[in-house]
Design a protein. Structure first.
Lengths: 214, 263
């Protein structure tokens, strides 16, 4: 019997959390040097590094941690079947029904080992946004060597804009993710201690679509 | 063609706060910051003695981050494809005049005296005789319409022309197997680039912008324009070129910016 969150998943989760905070706070420092929106400057209290160059140093350190850890996470999730088991399939009807339930504070999360449709959507969504964020980041870093990536975002400024909106999406995810984890503290605890023990064999776990969860 | 062209941005106020104060007093502000840090360290004195952490920790983090930055230099040199050309643009996209950038304001530019100007050559170069502007202007001219991308995040399309750097280095008998080419500016600004980038087909010694001799604020009479580096790696008002195997930190690297800074 293993835990719902094996130790390797927990390590990767918290490594990602730290790397993401480094990337966001140092990114804000870099942004401040040449703002995209005149009304938006990030206060020094939430940026990393005294000057832009230090923000850049942190950003180009954090990218290795985020990138390598993220790659390991994706390979692990695909090879072990964790993604298939926990994140798929996503039924649009369920997403709508459960989103409405969540908004009226009636969404249940009794069985930790089974994600509801809203959770699945958010987790798959944020994984895709982070992948896109790496792509737009590479497009900004190497607009000549990787000009084909920059072209995906129209041009260099397009890539900057996409990178900014990707950051915004990740921040919104974090707000929801952290709020829900605090509302249901056992989910937070599970990411530290591993959570309930689960059967090793995914086949024996009936993919219960709802009922247990609602 | 940028989505957010500077002067016409919907989001940018027409006149921002005067940034020149920050630039002019950069050293002073940094000094104040440092003093604040010292004061903070003193007030947290008891705690720092207990945990064994002190101001030195700040520089340990800084040296660790600089090591990562050096590693990133190495990675970028491997990513660099000497034959990969940067995108080029059409004449009607050229921004006139070019955008000014330096570590000081445009009012403080000290124009180069063209009459007495000579390009000095040093280091691993067979023929170190200095060059006059007439001799440089007599060389075949190459034009590039390329994007200038600043490390801050802005960019503009510029039309630059002048002798190709690879041809110039070949002509003066420079050791093309050396590691670095360093450019010394009139304003004590120095930046060095790797030889592979110096030999890139879109790296030129620019003497003209939009078909006219470069004006004082933009590096007259001679500046580097390479399509494969960030803006700050393109020194203006060049007075000497040095070919060397010795790594030298340029003006911005000393402040903590990444040396390779390749695009």
């Amino acid at each position: 019997m293993k835990r719902m969150h094996p130790v390797v998943v927990r390590i990767m989760h918290w490594t990602n959390a730290v790397a993401m905070i480094i990337m966001i706070m140092s990114g804000w420092k870099i942004y401040n040097d040449e703002v995209i929106f005149g009304f938006l400057h990030f206060p020094d209290a939430v940026t990393l590094g005294p000057w832009a160059q230090h923000g850049l140093q942190w950003h180009f350190f954090g990218m290795w941690v985020l990138g390598l850890n993220g790659l390991a996470y994706l390979i692990y999730g695909i090879v072990t079947g964790r993604f298939r088991r926990l994140l798929l399939p996503i039924s649009p009807r369920e997403v709508i029904r459960e989103a409405l339930a969540a908004l009226s504070f009636r969404l249940q999360h009794a069985d930790l080992t089974h994600y509801n449709a809203v959770q699945k959507t958010l987790y798959v969504g944020v994984i895709l946004v982070i992948i896109l964020q790496v792509i737009s980041g590479l497009a900004i870093w190497k607009p000549v060597q990787f000009s084909f990536l920059t072209a995906l975002f129209y041009d260099f400024q397009g890539a900057r804009l996409a990178h900014f909106f990707g950051m915004t999406a990740i921040c919104l995810f974090m707000v929801v993710h952290i709020a829900l984890a605090l509302l249901v503290p056992k989910t937070l605890l599970a990411m530290i201690t591993g959570g309930p023990r689960v059967d090793d064999d995914p086949a024996s776990r009936a993919p219960s679509a709802h009922a247990s969860n609602m | 063609m940028s989505i957010l062209r500077r002067p016409s941005s919907l989001f940018r106020p027409r006149r921002g706060p005067d940034q020149s104060l920050l630039t002019e007093n950069r050293a002073l502000i940094e000094d104040i910051d440092r003093r604040k840090l010292l004061r903070g360290a003193v007030s947290l004195g008891a705690l720092s003695m207990l945990t064994g952490c002190d101001i030195a920790e700040q520089s340990q983090v800084q040296s660790a981050l600089r090591s990562v930055s050096s590693f990133n230099d190495w990675v970028q040199a491997r990513i660099f494809d000497p034959n990969k050309l940067a995108p080029t643009y059409s004449l009607d996209q050229v921004v006139k005049p070019p955008r000014f950038n330096a570590y000081y304001e445009i009012e403080n530019v000290k124009p180069v005296d063209i009459a007495s100007w000579r390009l000095e050559l040093s280091g691993l170069i067979a023929d170190k005789r200095p060059w006059g502007l007439d001799q440089i202007n007599a060389l075949p001219e190459q034009e590039v319409i390329i994007k200038h991308i600043c490390v801050e995040g802005w960019d503009y399309i510029g039309q630059w022309s002048g002798p190709n750097l690879r041809q110039f280095l070949t002509q003066i008998g420079a050791d093309l197997t050396a590691k670095y080419v360093a450019f010394h500016g009139q304003d004590d600004y120095m930046e060095s680039i790797d030889m592979a980038s110096a030999l890139h087909p879109q790296t030129i010694l620019a003497t003209k912008y939009a078909g006219e001799p470069i004006t004082d604020p933009f590096g007259a009479p001679l500046r580097l324009r390479t399509a494969v580096k960030l803006g700050f790696k393109n020194p203006k008002w060049i007075r000497a070129i040095e070919v060397t195997n010795t790594y030298q930190e340029g003006f911005w690297e000393k402040q903590g910016f990444n040396w390779f800074s390749g695009l």
